[in-house]
Design a protein around this ligand. Sequence first.
Ligand code: E4P
Length: 217
Amino acid sequence: MKFFVDTAEIDAIAELNDLGMVDGVTTNPSLIKKSGRDIIEVTKEICDLVDGPVSAEVTATDADEMIAEGRKLVEIAENIAVKVPLTWDGLKACKALSDDGHMVNVTLCFSANQALLAAKAGATFISPFIGRLDDINLDGMDLIADIRTIYDNYGFDTQILAASIRTVNHVTQSALCGADVMTAPPGVIKSMVNHPLTDKGLDAFLADIKAAGIKIL
Ligand code: E4P
């Protein structure tokens, strides 16, 4: 499973990237706003840092404007994936930009039919939003599993990018359902290391190291 980091914070991306944990980055208008940076400037910095796809989202809602924005975004760097919303206009923009040879991430996906449309429009990535479905008492994992089945049934090569990941369990479940990629905030990725039995076991080893005076260096 590929790990994308869902943030526009350079330091957080760099820290995970140094550990080989970053296969790509996703941003959205809310994350750009949170960073307080200019979208072009911060996106360029992220693209310079990370080798994999960096999703940058259009601001327009009309297909022609989305296409024009997408063509400007892809000038930032070769690893830009243009992010478009899952609307009819977004699908038109997806088709045009993917026909141009650009990576497209179709975002705000909440149904299997939407995912089917995005794949037919040539999307590189489809982003089902797990956490936001959970927020309204629906199971985001059912959606990931349904999209996996549909894409496999028909051989679509659009990658399933599990998004709106809020918990470490979302990561495990997305992997079990066969998502190709997951994107999560840096804090969620770092929390994946935590286990109380690891802490307890290490405490016991440290006590024995001290008691026995074990030294290596
Ligand atoms: C993904 O591309 C989105 O930027 C993100 O995962 C949305 O997450 P949220 O629902 O926690 O805002």
